[in-house]
Design a protein around this ligand. Structure first.
Ligand code: ADP
Ligand code: MG
Length: 253
């Protein structure tokens, strides 16, 4: 089976700053893969590499069997053109800590925007799908609201629906609930849980250890640009092997 994401010795530097120091990991299709670690350890950078927002400095990184950023012909690598990168990025949905909705568009317009503008889909088709997706995230009744008329949790659920509208094969979540008031976190996690049940492949950077334990299939603890420890969430969370993992978990659990 082809891994959905495969990282082999992935390094990333920004100038002299060496941020990712040889990441090896594999995400299987339909897996919920949780990534935890202290602030500054390189989690967002890693997600950004997967999503073509940063180029890796060394190693190999592939999504669904294809190298990120390159086309391979024989044993030669060719850098992808911007248009080719744009095509690949359509297959990956990303949800950020800050919801980044278009403020001048209603919820449903936000969800329709990419299929219409990027894929050239008809507004009728895009609208029908957007209605289904808003229903799925529990916001059918908010379709005509502007972001400023929605709570943070509702905005984040619209952001998830917007990412799903491109029918991605992989969803990346970068601390999707960190900016939310505690009472709004549950609804967002419930939407993510539903996605997981439907078989979506997801990489989730989170501090929600309950979610990782209940929904996650795999958990990686990252620190200072390396994978310190990985395994089944239950095992890593209840029986961490490394001091750095123990120390981190004692602060977040
Ligand atoms: P995390 O998401 O685990 O908190 P990040 O991946 O955001 O960590 O950041 C890891 C390190 O990389 C930080 O020290 C950050 O300052 C640095 N970094 C991230 N992006 C850039 C960039 N574009 N230029 C320089 N340094 C960066
Ligand atoms: Mg981050």
């Amino acid at each position: 089976m082809t891994a959905m994401v495969k990282a082999e010795g992935v390094h990333k530097s920004f100038g002299a700053a060496h941020i990712l120091k040889g990441i090896d990991l594999e995400v299987a299709p339909r897996e919920v893969f949780c990534l935890i670690g202290p602030s500054g350890s390189g989690k967002s950078t890693f997600l950004r590499c997967i999503n073509h927002l940063e180029q890796i400095s060394a190693g190999r990184l592939s999504v669904d069997g294809e190298l990120v950023g390159y086309r391979q012909k024989g044993d030669k690598l060719y850098e992808l053109k911007d248009s080719e990168v744009a095509l690949k990025r359509r297959d990956i949905g990303m949800v950020f800590q800050r919801f980044n909705l278009f403020p001048h568009m209603t919820a449903i317009e936000n969800v329709m925007e990419a299929p219409v503008q990027v894929k050239g889909e008809s507004r009728a088709v895009a609208r029908a799908r957007a209605e289904r997706l808003l229903d799925r995230v529990g916001l059918s009744d908010k379709a005509k609201n502007y972001p400023s008329q929605l709570s943070g949790g509702q905005q984040q659920r619209v952001a998830i629906a917007r990412a799903l509208a491109m029918e991605p094969k992989l969803m990346l979540f970068d601390e999707p609930t960190s900016a939310l008031d505690p009472e709004l976190v549950g609804d967002v996690l419930d939407v993510m849980r539903g996605l997981a049940e439907d078989g979506m492949t997801m990489i989730v950077v989170t501090h929600e250890m309950g979610f990782a334990r209940e929904v996650g299939d795999a958990l990686v603890f990252m620190d200072d640009g390396v994978v310190v420890e990985s395994g089944h969430p239950r095992d890593v969370l209840t029986n961490p092997q490394h001091d750095r993992t123990k120390s981190f978990l004692s602060k977040v659990l």
